[in-house]
Write a protein that binds this ligand. Structure first.
Ligand SMILES: [Zn+2]
Length: 168
């Protein structure tokens, strides 16, 4: 079971189910993110005081029925082996596995994510929280774009020296 959360830095995620029992997913319609957040704030004021980003701890369980009763629009999906599930940038989701299974997931970004990533909250109470310096990210992206348009401007990484590899 995985509690309600958004991905780190409000990134997209893609999840592939290789084998085993289906995964059940619940997701909040992006248009109702604010409604969801104010419901969570009302329901968990103490947790919110301790960490304003506590929802990222992935341990908050709320029955989808309770959310729907607040007028929060939801989608449910059953994810079978051989299928991909994509969660959109900043989309709240939760779910559970109906039995043992084997899945693989990774976060990803699209150009449209940049403005979302700049606004993403970061949990400061856990020291392994994912942080992306968006200023640096945009600089790197511009350098890369320049290199693609004018390949002669591209900066080649210098070859690694043997000493850099450490003990063998
Ligand atoms: Zn936290």
């Amino acid at each position: 079971m995985f509690g309600w959360h958004k991905e780190d830095m409000d990134l997209y995620s893609i999840n592939y189910l290789h084998a085993g029992h289906p995964k059940f997913w619940y997701s909040v319609d992006l248009r109702d993110n604010k409604k969801f957040e104010s419901y969570v704030l009302k329901k968990f004021p103490d947790e919110m005081k301790d960490c304003p980003e506590f929802i990222r701890h992935k341990n908050t369980l709320i029955h989808p029925r309770n959310l729907m009763s607040q007028g929060i629009r939801m989608k449910k999906a059953v994810h079978y082996p051989g299928e991909f599930m994509i969660s959109r940038a900043a989309a709240y989701h939760s779910g559970f596995n109906s039995g043992y299974n084997l899945a693989e997931a990774v976060n990803f970004a699209l150009p449209s994510w940049i403005s979302i990533g700049k606004k993403a909250g970061i949990c400061e109470c856990q020291n392994d929280s994912v942080k992306i310096d968006m200023t640096q990210f945009e600089q790197n992206l511009k350098l890369q774009e320049n290199a693609t348009v004018n390949p002669e401007n591209s900066v080649q990484p210098s070859p690694m020296k043997h000493e850099d590899l450490g003990d063998e």
